[in-house]
Design a protein around this ligand. Structure first.
Ligand code: CP
Length: 320
């Protein structure tokens, strides 16, 4: 594996989940694989889980890790070609990415969307330039349109906690105070659609009108505006807010109750409730669920290590 950007970078979902769970059972089995290899983690946006779990995974593989908070500590980046850099940007991504590639054997990048320029965001302009100019394998730590380490984690967590061979998984839109990217729900949806194709889950998306995701990410999913209908028989409910794709980045007023709470949980098949975190308590998801027996959010965050470790392991095996 020399790139981990989307579900397309993984052929067999069951195999990668199995390998991740083997690493979970024996975290230090490959502790010399990454010896004398360096992972660079580049953040253009904040992070708790992605930063720490990926560092932990790399350390389990014996790698050295360097973290660059580019948004705070780096030079202001120019990402456009053909501009005279006589404004506020100081360093072009061509040089910045190439230099980081000289110091590192594998690079990770987190780069959120603008939520203003849909075309640039959905073309993954910045991410693709970073891959092109750095010259080493790149793992996405969340891009403008996807969060694949989170989605792989979510599939691992569903596999671990399912009680039936093919659980019903519902992606449920939830309220928020801010306009959030579509990266997590896009990514979760494309991974669940592929898992559905491979006979692993049955997948439904519930959201209010106006919040349709880009159809490229939802092929094969059942989609409804009726949350209660979607929750019937659900084994897993994945709660997440996102802003509008169509009227890009817009937040509409929503009728009815979309926060996941115990009343809605009662409609499900005693569903396990998931969220990628950070979560706004009693806005997106009730405290009674977060603090109750059906919440998987901490176990899910814990599994971020094994998702990162299996991806880094496969990359190290490629570059060895
Ligand atoms: N879920 C997730 O990616 O968390 P962080 O933004 O804290 O990394």
């Amino acid at each position: 594996m020399n790139k981990f950007f989307s579900v397309v970078d993984v052929d067999n979902l069951s195999e990668i989940v199995k390998e991740a769970l083997e690493l979970k059972a024996n975290p230090n089995a490959n502790e010399s694989l990454g010896k004398h290899k360096t992972l660079g983690l580049v953040f253009l946006n904040p992070s708790l889980r992605t930063r720490l779990s990926t560092q932990k995974a790399a350390m389990n593989l014996g790698m050295n890790v360097m973290v660059m908070n580019m948004d705070k500590d780096g030079w202001a980046l120019e990402t456009q070609d053909g501009v005279v850099m006589n404004g506020t940007t100081v360093e072009h991504i061509r040089e910045a990415a190439a230099v980081m590639g000289e110091y590192c054997d594998i690079l990770g990048l987190r780069s959120f969307p603008s939520l203003k320029d849909k075309e640039a965001d959905y073309n993954e302009d910045l991410f693709n330039k970073f891959i092109k100019f750095c010259g080493v394998p790149v793992v996405s730590l969340e891009s403008a349109t996807r969060h694949p380490l989170q989605s792989l984690t979510d599939l691992i967590t569903i596999t671990e906690h399912k009680n039936v061979a093919k659980p019903k998984v519902v992606l449920a839109w939830a309220p928020h105070v801010k306009a959030l990217p579509q990266a997590v729900p896009n990514s979760f949806s494309e991974w669940m659609c592929k898992a559905q194709e491979q006979g692993l889950v049955e997948f439904t998306i519930a959201h209010p009108e106006g919040y349709d995701l880009n159809e490229d990410f939802t092929q094969g999913a059942a989609i409804t505006h009726d949350l209660k209908e979607a929750l019937q028989g659900a084994d897993f409910v994945y709660v997440k807010n996102w802003s509008s794709y169509k009227e890009y980045g817009k937040v509409y007023p929503v009728e009815g109750s979309w926060m996941m709470d115990n009343e809605k949980l009662a409609i499900t098949n005693d569903a396990k409730v998931m969220h990628c975190l950070p979560v706004r308590r009693d806005l997106e998801l009730s405290s009674e669920i977060l603090d109750g027996p059906n919440s998987l959010v901490i176990k899910e965050a814990s599994n971020r290590v094994w998702a990162a470790q299996v991806v880094l392991k496969r990359m190290l095996e490629t570059i060895k």
